[in-house]
Design a protein around this ligand. Sequence first.
Ligand code: UD1
Ligand code: CA
Length: 419
Amino acid sequence: MKNMKCIILAAGKGVRMKSEVPKPLHPIHSRSMLAHLIHTVNKAGIKVSNIVLVLGHGADKIKKVFENFNFAYQAKQLGSGNAVQCARKYLKGYNGDVLILYSDTPLLKKDTLIKLVKTHKKTKSRCTILTAEIDKPDGYGRVIRNDKKEIEKIVEEKDASSKQKKDMHEINVGAYVFKKETLFSYLKKVKLNLRKKEYYLTDIINILQKSKIPIESVLTEDQTEALGINSKAELEKASCILKEGNLETFMEKGVSIADSGTTHIDYEAIIGKDTFIYPHTVIEEDVEIGKNCKIGPFAHLRPGTRIGSNVEIGNFVELVRTEVGNNCKIKHLTYLGDARVGRNVNVGAGVITANYDGKKKNKTIIGDNVFIGVGAILIAPVKIGKGALVGAGSVVTKGKNVPPRGTVIGVPARPFHKK
Ligand code: UD1
Ligand code: CA
C-alpha cells in the first residue's frame, strides 16, 4: 500500500446538507468527515503525499484546513466520473493501482480498505469494488450481477427500475481499486447521464464488463461502514456510530463509562485505568487523566487539561489549560482556566479563576494541600502558597499572593490571624 496512489472525490455540492459549510468539513465525532477518511487511509498505509483531493465546491475553505495535500480542481461539478478525470494529471508517470474513495463515506475501516487492495492484487484484477448488503438500500447505486454472479453494472437509484430497487440489496459503497491505465482508458468512454447531466464513475463498470474485463468485489462485513453522508440526519447517525466505537476502545483500555449515550470523549484524550466517567461528561482533545479518578456527571474538560490520579471532578466543573495534581477534589460548579493545582487540594463549590483580563490569559498557581472555600474568586495572575486557606466567598485579587500556610478572607481577601 505504501506507494499506492489514492484519489478522494470531494468536489460535490452536497446540496442535501442544506449548509454553507462544504460537506467534507462537517464535523462528525471530533473530526471533519474528510479528516476521518484521510486518517483511515493513512492507517491503511497510504501516505499523504500519495493522496490527491479533488475539490470544487468550497475548495478554498477545504484547502485552508488540508494545507499540505495535493489538490486537483473540478471547475464544474459534472459528476464523479469527471471528478476522477480531473485528478489524472497528478498521477503522471505512475503506473500502479489507484484507490478511489468518496469524501462522504467516513465510516470505512482501515481493515476493509486493506482487504479491498489485497483482493485486487491477489486476483490480479484491473478493477475491484467494495459492496455491501444493506437492509434499506434506498439512495445507493445497486450492484447488478448476471446468472454467474459476475458484476454486470451499477445502476443508480434514480435510474433503477422498481424491481431492481426492490430486489437488489447489494450496493456500491463508493470505494474502488483500478489499474491506472484501465481506469483512464475506459473512463473516456463514459457518456453523459442525460437525466442528471453528469458523468457517473459507476458507468465504467458496465463498459469494462462489456469489454470482457472481469470485475472483482469485496463485501463489507459491517454494513454500517457503507453509510454515505448526504444529509444532516445521516451525519448524526454516523457520528453516533463513531462515538460508540471510540468509547468502546476506551473501555477496552480499562476506563469505566457509566452511560455511553451522554458521554463524549475525543479520540486524542488519554485516560488511566479504573477512572470512572459519569454521565453527561465532555472530554475534549489534548486532555490527560490519570488512574482511579471520578469525572462528572456534567464535567467539561477542555484542551490542555492534565489531571493526576485519584482526583474527583464533579458536576458542572469546567477545566481548560489546567493541571491538577493527585488526590484533589473539585466537586461542584467550578471553572479553572490556566491554573496549576498541586496535590491534595480541595476546591470548594463555585470557585472561579478569573483568568482573562480582557486582553490576555493569566495564570493561577495553587500549591499542595491548599483549601479553597466555597464561592472564592481567584483573580489571575495570583499564587496561593502550599497549605494555605482561602475563606468562603473571598476575592483574591491580582498579584495578592497568599503565602504558604497563610489564611485570607473577605472581599478583597486579606490575611486573617486568629486572636
Ligand atoms: C454515489 C455513487 C453510488 C454509491 C454512493 C455511495 C456515483 C454516480 N454514485 O452516489 O453508486 O452507492 O455514492 O455513497 O458515483 N463528487 C465530485 N464531483 C462531482 C460529483 C460528485 O467530486 O461532480 C464527489 C462528491 O463530493 C462525493 C462523491 O463524489 O464525495 C459522490 O457523490 P454524491 O453526489 O454524494 O453521489 P451519491 O449520489 O451519494
Ligand atoms: Ca454520497
